[in-house]
Design a protein around this ligand. Structure first.
Ligand SMILES: [Zn+2]
Length: 220
């Protein structure tokens, strides 16, 4: 990652960021959003705003106006809150953003990479809670070598991708460091690694993939 690298151009929408700020997202999606935030000053600012509004709202409400569990949730979240920080957290020696290091460590070489296709492999993130389907498939770090093509696939639910190194392209455009790519059921694509360093991307699947054609794999 060079210091001159552009900031992300593809973001999560505001409603999702507000849900994240309120602690309403499942762990799976939270990992994706936290990873994007670690690379995106604009969305970090939006989340800070949402948290400030939420805090002000909380102060304006008498405690009895809130459901007891809602208050507990907010208070627990305040306890957890890290000090305000403007700069993104520096990646570790292995180059992974902090939210991923919590799951994978920082040495890519020791991870249990599983090949999906020539030049394409993945490693699942575990352990995870709130998984709607197979835990071993729901959130993975996927690596595409430059020019390597992920087998064409469709989706039976949302697929959310955040680029953590290098870049990839699909029919909808190019995605580089920090960019979020969100596709829904019905979309078919075959992402390809952009030239340069290998692409590392974090992928969340809400539901299983739909294999397309003969060169399919069960999952990405
Ligand atoms: Zn953003």
């Amino acid at each position: 990652m060079s210091a001159a690298h552009a900031r992300p151009r593809h973001h999560f929408d505001e409603a999702l960021l507000i849900d994240y700020a309120a602690g309403n997202l499942p762990e799976t999606l939270s990992i994706l959003v936290a990873t994007h935030l670690s690379l995106c000053p604009a969305c970090r600012a939006a989340v800070a705003d949402a948290e400030a509004v939420g805090g002000a709202l909380l102060e304006a409400l008498a405690p009895e106006a809130l459901a007891p569990e809602a208050l507990d949730r907010v208070l627990a979240r305040l306890d957890d809150e890290a000090p305000e920080e403007d700069a993104p957290e520096a990646p570790g020696a292995g180059g992974l953003p902090a939210p991923l290091r919590a799951y994978l460590g920082d040495d890519l070489k020791v991870l249990d990479w599983q090949q999906l296709a020539p030049g394409v492999d993945k490693v699942p993130l575990t352990p995870l809670s709130n998984i709607p389907w197979r835990p071993e498939e729901a959130v993975c770090l996927v690596r595409l070598q430059p020019g390597a093509v992920a087998p064409r696939h469709g989706h039976t639910g949302n697929e959310v991708t955040v680029i953590v190194r290098g870049g990839l392209a699909d029919g909808s455009g190019d995605y580089e460091l920090g960019d979020a790519l969100i596709v829904d059921a019905g979309v078919t694509h075959a992402p390809v690694g952009l030239p340069g360093e290998p692409c590392l991307c974090l992928v969340y699947l809400e539901a299983p993939l739909l294999p397309i054609g003969d060169d399919h794999v069960a999952s990405i």
